[in-house]
Design a protein around this ligand. Structure first.
Ligand code: SF4
Ligand code: SF4
Length: 120
């Protein structure tokens, strides 16, 4: 269930600005590519990332599943979410009880894969 009162509006707004700048700057795009390699899972269609700061007018939720009415045309900010664990933390301010379908490998998670790659 989504919380009625939005906590830390400033933090969520800051996240939006951060993602916008990342998506539109060369260094930011390089960072996004690196983080995508660590991202696991899939979108669970909770719609929470479409309600950060304000509820997007293009969001429809039916039977608990979110749909973007302009999915093919959605802006870069939406396409890249979540970029990193910070995005997930900000998103969890709104709905911690229903986690995002994405997560990120930690350095510890990546250790076995790195060890295998070094042996090969
Ligand atoms: S918060 Fe995560 S699971 Fe929910 S709609 Fe956004 S990307 Fe998908
Ligand atoms: S444009 Fe679509 S994906 Fe982006 S916030 Fe709105 S409903 Fe969500």
């Amino acid at each position: 269930m989504i919380r009625k009162k939005k906590p830390s509006l400033r933090k969520m707004f800051g996240g939006k600005v951060r993602r916008f700048l990342m998506a539109h700057q060369r260094e930011g795009r390089a960072y996004i590519r690196r983080m995508l390699r660590r991202r696991r899972g899939h979108c669970a269609r909770c719609g929470v990332c479409c309600m950060l700061v304000h509820r997007c007018p293009f969001l429809r939720i039916e039977r608990g599943l979110a749909t973007c009415l302009i999915h093919a045309l959605r802006p870069a900010n939406c396409r890249i979410f979540p970029v990193d664990p910070q995005d997930l933390e900000e998103r969890d301010l709104l709905a911690p009880e229903r986690p995002c379908g994405y997560s990120f490998l930690t350095a510890a998670d990546r250790q076995p894969a790195l060890a295998l790659a070094e042996k090969a």
